[in-house]
Ligand binder design. Structure first.
Ligand code: NAD
Length: 260
């Protein structure tokens, strides 16, 4: 399958349930760095935070001792100033055309919601910045007060017990949300899987790609080959920038005019 053949399959009537897996590469064109790109990725640019190692900034045990580096970074990454990309717009089109089954995302930037993709189709596997709570007593913390703290780079503290407040982003060392676990069986109903902009290195998310049925074509749209893509006879690998590959696909589908 190449892009035109993929387009024919999508419009054949046989393809009704498209499942997506998204990673940070979908949002780099919105101005949000990914983690692992060698020069532009977050991990390559954290020297100013004086961390023992880059991942520490997203580790729950480290955050319990020292939440300041996370909040320094949060000031830059906080949603609000970023706009959805062409790729997000394409996903919304799939939803409009009743082809979108489930959009599993590792992104915490809420750009899927901002693009207008229906909430019930989105599974934010690693949580998001949309809510926050005290890590000690778990009580929710006010949205406006959170925003104020983050924009000033200050660490918010619980008004009830004084514990540190953390957005509902899944840190390394934390469980994934029940919505994610509950949505895993949906993969079996997919008749197309498209994986976009992810290194497929974070588990258990990465393992979803192996959970679709063997006869379900899998498409990878990424700058580089990742995971076990290429190991199945019906795998399609479209290397390039998400927005560019998606635009070509939209063109082949005759949907280019509808992209926002
Ligand atoms: P990653 O940094 O590990 O990998 C990103 C992948 O996308 C790489 O393979 C890279 O080559 C590719 N890529 C980068 N720009 C691209 C583009 N324009 N087009 C196509 N491919 C591109 O990211 P990941 O796999 O999502 O890592 C998982 C973790 O990153 C998650 O835990 C997630 O929560 C977190 N994260 C989220 C955001 C966000 O919300 N936007 C940003 C950074 C990290």
């Amino acid at each position: 399958l190449d892009a035109p053949a993929l387009a024919r399959y999508i419009t054949s009537g046989k393809c009704k349930n498209i499942t997506l897996m998204l990673g940070a590469g979908v949002s780099t064109s919105a101005g949000i760095p990914d983690f692992r790109s060698p020069e532009t990725g977050l991990y390559a640019n954290l020297a100013r935070l004086n961390l023992p190692y880059p991942e520490a900034v997203f580790e729950i045990n480290f955050f319990r001792r020292n939440p300041t580096p996370f909040y320094t970074l949060a000031q830059e990454l906080y949603p609000g100033k970023f706009r959805p990309t062409i790729t997000h717009s394409f996903i919304k089109l799939l939803a409009n055309k009743s082809l979108l089954h489930t959009c599993f995302t590792q992104n915490i930037d809420t750009l899927e919601r901002r693009a207008g993709i229906p909430a019930q189709k989105i599974i934010e596997a690693h949580g998001s910045f949309a809510k926050q709570r005290c890590i000690r007593c778990k009580i929710e913390f006010d949205d406006d007060s959170m925003k104020e703290h983050v924009l000033l780079g200050k660490v918010p503290k619980c008004e009830t017990c004084g514990g540190y407040v953390k957005p509902d982003i899944v840190f390394f060392g934390e469980d994934l949300p029940p919505e994610f676990i509950n949505a895993i069986p949906r993969l079996a109903d997919s008749d197309l899987l498209i994986v976009l902009g992810t290194s497929l290195t974070v588990r258990p998310f990465a393992s979803l790609a192996g959970m679709v049925e063997k006869d379900c074509p899998r498409v990878l749209i990424n700058l580089e080959r990742v995971g076990d893509f290429g190991s199945r006879s019906n795998d399609v690998i479209l290397l390039g920038k998400c927005d560019e590959v998606v635009r070509d696909l939209a063109k082949a589908l005759g949907w280019e005019e509808e992209l926002e």
